[in-house]
Design a protein around this ligand. Sequence first.
Ligand code: FCB
Length: 490
Amino acid sequence: MTQLENTTSQAATGDLRFPEGFVWGAATAAYQIEGGVALDGRTPSIWDTFARVPGAVVDGDTGDVACDHYRRMPEDVGLMRELGLDSYRFSVAWPRVRPDGGAVNQAGLDFYRRLVDELLDADITPWLTLYHWDLPQALEDAGGWTNRDTAHRFLDYAQSVYDAVGDRVPTITTLNEPWCSAFLGHTGGQHAPGRREGAAGLVAAHHLLLGHGMVVQALREQGAAADLGITLNFTVADPHDPDDPADRDAARRVDGLHNRLFLDAVLRGRYPSDVLRDTAALTFAGRPWQDVVRDDDLAVIGSPIDVLGVNYYHGDAVSGRPHPRPVDEVRHPGRVVGSPFPGDTIIEFPRRGLPLTGLGWEVQPDGLTRLLVRIHEEYSPPPMFVTENGAAYADAVVDDRVDDPDRRAYVEAHLRATHAALAAGVDVRGFYQWSLLDNFEWAYGYGQRFGIVYVDYETQQRIPKTSARYYAAVAATGVLPGDDAEGWLA
Ligand code: FCB
């Protein structure tokens, strides 16, 4: 990768200019938008199964139809072209490409061949994620990510995708947010496969990371031209009371399990010693969980990468003392879930009085600047891209328009935060909105809208929101206007 010219600047007007070549994109994920779950040979993923567990997803929503993107893909690429996006980050559905985790299904692969063709024809650069949470159910039945063999199956699957489109996709990332797959999926039970088995989350995290490393190593050995990497999701863990040792320790543990477990493994080839110490007594299948880590695994996991995807929504105030819980009732109406932090005795996330999105997530743009600067300073990472950032609000169509001032402000604030990191010398190469479209928001179903484009789920009509027009205007110029943003946009 060539270093972007350092043209980051702040004009006297308060306008912020991004570097030449900064990538303006939007992201989605297969299960959240595609629908067509039984078309062309696709078989169920863990999310098809989990969505049918009573109480697992708000209102019992499923991804069966979603945004019908599997059939409307050319129109959706047309929409991206109209918005002037440079790049589109999408994920490939493993159960389309290798149904049941078995043999290659050409019909499933063809969809992604066509998608890549459409994107390139529209001058939009594809950014491909291999795994955004839709493990074939048949592999889960054989133990899923707690079974080491799944990492080998992941390599087989990745190879099939690479053989089909690898020559035309400049960036291939292995996993999206392994923290969620591992800990929401196996420890807390909020996400598929919905297991609540404590240290199973750590075992799953290790096998996910192993799969990542195996794929990077294998594609590298084949001389892959694509940049290879991974997308991690981070929090910024601040002690609720910095003077309270219990809060400081809780913040350390959250930072360890959420951030450093993954950063240290991928970028340093080791697990953080404090996390290993904290979790040493936890067992999986009757043995210490750390027994699953074999001699050379961390060298594989630490294979050099070319890009690091950073997903950021908000940080957290963390406390090691009991606090009232404000939100989680919205999320899992009829199902018991637990802490996603294995070995958690007490970890609480008290609110700080910051503005909240529709999902109750705090709006904390300065956390993004701090996160990017911290990773830059502590890890000397490869070039970073913000591969997800966005907010859910209750949008409404009025006179065929969707005005979303809160999201527009959220977008602006986080672009400013990214610019601040650039100005501090951090190598950030691009930004992807989560999400291009309103879609199936996992355990929250369709009630939470993250799109910069509104989707009417009855008619499948797409309506770009004010935030999309704002983002398109910024993308077209590479400039974030100062105070008179609304006038500038008109
Ligand atoms: C991230 C996921 C993405 C979406 C956003 C809101 O954790 O990667 O699929 O659900 O959150």
